[in-house]
Design a protein around this ligand. Structure first.
Ligand SMILES: [Zn+2]
Length: 427
């Protein structure tokens, strides 16, 4: 069996997706594979989990039809062994590997991270399976499918990019300030992970999706946080924030200019405080960092008994500028001081009421939902999240919470009662 887990950003989802109770895909010798079929999902959003549910539940197939799904954040999910003859290009299934990007590219474009992941996957498959460049085809280039609007990406350009000679060493090109086309960068950096390119080239401020032509490259500026006194943890989280173009509060004329950043762990187990809240600020050139155990996810109880008919809310990754203020959080046991939502945030509604947290494939909504940052128990620690959180960001430990609120109160007296909250996935 060939194993693609060495591909950066790939996650093995073979055992994590819905399968038919009895039906199984037939297998084939690996040598039979001569082609790769590139698809889009034809849906605005979606995930391997959602496609698997559809292919099994609605189509009554043995499992998900694709071998690999590349989601909009660039995460690559390995869904089926390549030896499995799955369903995605009809008569050509026997000799093809199916790679699907989430999105509807009739109207949208692949996200840059998604495009980079696609290049990595195709480069790897091409080498491992010894597939010729012309046999990397869009769904509609396969026999009998010229009518199909799939994948709606320029396959000629894609093949040209893959066919470029590879740059072996991990060398970052020194971009002079100026305006570059995305394609120029892509040609030079075909083997590069986009995030890495941006991290190592802070002067590249904007990388648009592949079809757009202009990229603004500004002169390198001395980075205000990369001094020797900055701890690795702060350095890493700031790099991640800058990677998402989030504002980092650096003004240190007064103390407590807070950066409040939730870091959501990859583990999507409800009922556990497995995320962290990083609170950090710079004063007179030095950073202070506080880290607290929290959960950014709603809990099992609310997933299965949502208060809202549209399903329980999960706060979406993002930066919510000035969206929080010190106020009162009301719970069954009364109300107490908390950071409360003051401006719209975006939530993902998980409406299938299963025990998984679904971050994609569900509906998004933006508005005022009372997604507060608060405490689980008034004193001591909570070992399980239990009923405390319905999409709120909830502290495990009451002493940590008290410290956090007092830091916020000092900050409010210096900078006003308005806080920006950023939620990022673990990096
Ligand atoms: Zn297709």
């Amino acid at each position: 069996m060939i194993d693609p887990t060495e591909i950066k950003g790939l996650k093995d989802y073979r055992d994590r997706l819905r399968m038919h109770t009895t039906k199984r895909f037939p297998t084939r010798p690996i040598e039979n594979i001569t082609h790769i079929a590139v698809h889009h999902s034809l849906t605005k959003t979606g995930s391997a989990e959602a496609f698997a549910r559809y292919h099994v539940g609605t189509n009554n197939w043995p499992g998900i039809g694709y071998h690999i799904v590349i989601e909009q954040d660039g995460v690559i999910k390995w869904c089926n062994e390549f030896e499995k003859r799955t369903y995605h290009v009809g008569n050509s299934n026997g000799f093809s590997v199916g790679v699907c990007m989430t999105g509807d590219f009739r109207t949208d474009e692949p996200k840059p991270e998604q495009w980079q992941s696609l290049l990595r996957v195709l480069n790897w498959l091409k080498t491992e399976l010894n597939i010729s460049i012309e046999n990397i085809q869009g769904h509609n280039e396969f026999s009998g499918y010229s009518w199909k609007e799939c994948p709606c990406v320029d396959m000629t350009e894609l093949r040209a990019v893959i066919n470029k000679p590879k740059i072996k060493q991990k060398k970052i090109i020194n971009y002079a300030p100026g305006s570059y086309s995305f394609k120029d960068i892509l040609r030079n950096e075909v083997n590069f992970y986009l995030g890495e390119l941006k991290r190592l080239n802070p002067q590249i401020t904007e990388l648009q999706s592949p079809k757009k032509t202009k990229v603004e490259v500004k002169p390198p500026s001395s980075s205000p946080y990369l001094d020797t006194k900055t701890s690795t943890e702060i350095r890493e989280v700031i790099k991640e924030m800058e990677h998402h173009n989030y504002k980092v509060f650096l003004n240190d004329k007064k103390d407590y200019n807070l950066n409040i950043v939730g870091v959501r762990s990859h583990s999507q187990i409800p009922n556990s405080f497995n995320d962290k809240l990083m609170v950090f600020w710079k004063f007179k050139g030095s950073w202070t960092l506080k880290q607290y155990k929290i959960t950014t996810d709603p809990v099992l109880y609310w997933l299965q008994n949502p208060m809202n008919v549209n399903g329980t809310a999960i706060l979406k990754e993002g930066q919510y500028k000035n969206a929080y203020r010190i106020g009162k959080h009301t719970s069954k046991s009364g109300s107490y001081t908390a950071l409360v939502q003051a401006e719209p945030v975006t939530v993902i509604r998980d409406y299938d009421k299963d025990a998984d947290l679904d971050f994609t494939g569900s509906r998004e909504e933006t508005g005022l939902f009372g997604i507060n940052i608060h405490l689980s128990k008034k004193s001591g620690k909570s070992s399980f999240v239990d009923k405390w959180s319905a999409g709120c960001q909830v502290f495990k430990n009451s002493n940590e919470y008290k410290e956090f609120i007092s830091v916020c109160q000092i900050a409010a007296s210096e900078w006003g009662n308005s806080f920006t909250y950023s939620l990022i996935n673990n990096y």
